[in-house]
Design a binder for this molecule. Structure first.
Ligand SMILES: Nc1ncnc2c1ncn2[C@@H]1O[C@H](COP(=O)(O)OP(=O)(O)OP(=O)(O)O)[C@@H](O)[C@H]1O
Length: 247
């Protein structure tokens, strides 16, 4: 598996190890993972329940500390940063999309989308804003509050919010977990278009072989180790790989 750190690589982990607890209660959630995520690619992380998917994403995104090893986002070795530096890095370079859309209910869709930039005192790039709004099809919903939007529309607002800051990478944790299959397909299609058309880099954790098939590449975890990967996956090849892993 490649671990090169050239400009085409957005995120790299080397020897990434995460142990929860100590002594007899210790759980080795990640056992020395080497993985690289290419810039402008859509990668899915899959594996059986408890295999370490969420832990890997949290360590890659600087949301959780690592026990050993390194993580680099762009040219920044995040495992060496102080908490304050990490907060700034997450704010300025990383986008997040969660299963629960995490929108502020009193703000309109547009205000939710612009909020992270406002917090960071950054100017929205109006050309990008318009392009993102067109891409996710929200033009006629900008003045609506989240409670007036469907689940799929709310998640599209969350996708737009993540895209608008032009982060080096977006981490998505089960982004379609709360959506019906049609809304889920729409959101996945927007994620894929943001990679193809805006050059965005996306790393997504999912249980769903259909969701994973929207990615360019799928990496598979088992018991805290990376054990397999697929390029240009289909739902069937993802399912076959999962079945083989769980055998
Ligand atoms: N805070 C924690 N304290 C102790 N053990 C933990 C903690 N978080 C996760 N674990 C353990 O680490 C291992 C990996 O968990 P993780 O949540 O990363 O797996 P996952 O593949 O995302 O699972 P799922 O698909 O069920 O969400 C599991 O054995 C889990 O019980």
């Amino acid at each position: 598996m490649t671990t090169t750190t050239d400009v085409r690589t957005a995120v790299v982990a080397r020897g990434l190890t995460k142990v929860y607890g100590e002594g007899d209660a210790a759980v080795r959630a990640l056992r020395g993972i080497d993985v690289a995520f290419a810039t402008g690619a859509f990668t899915a992380i899959m594996g059986p329940s408890g295999s370490g998917k969420s832990t890997l994403m949290h360590c890659l995104a600087g949301l959780d500390s690592v026990t050993d090893g390194e993580v680099r986002i762009g040219d920044v070795e995040i495992t060496r940063l102080t908490d304050k530096q990490l907060t700034l890095l997450r704010r300025d370079r990383v986008g997040f999309i969660f299963q629960a859309f995490n929108l502020l209910p009193t703000l309109t869709a547009e205000q939710n989308i612009r909020l992270p930039l406002e917090i960071a005192s950054r100017q929205a790039d109006q050309v990008l804003f318009d392009r993102v709004i067109e891409t996710v099809g929200l033009r006629d919903r900008l003045k609506h509050r989240p409670g007036e939007l469907s689940g799929g529309q709310q998640q599209r607002v969350a996708v737009a919010r993540a895209l608008i800051g032009k982060p080096q990478v977006i981490f998505a944790d089960e982004p379609t977990g709360n959506l019906d299959s049609r809304s889920g397909a729409e959101v996945l299609d927007f994620l894929r278009r943001s990679v193809r058309e805006l050059g965005q880099t996306i790393v997504m954790v999912t249980h769903d072989p259909v969701a994973a098939s929207y990615a360019d590449r799928v990496v598979f975890l088992r018991d805290g180790s990376l054990v397999s990967e697929l390029h240009n996956p289909t739902p069937q090849t993802v399912l076959d790989t999962l079945v083989a892993l769980e055998a």
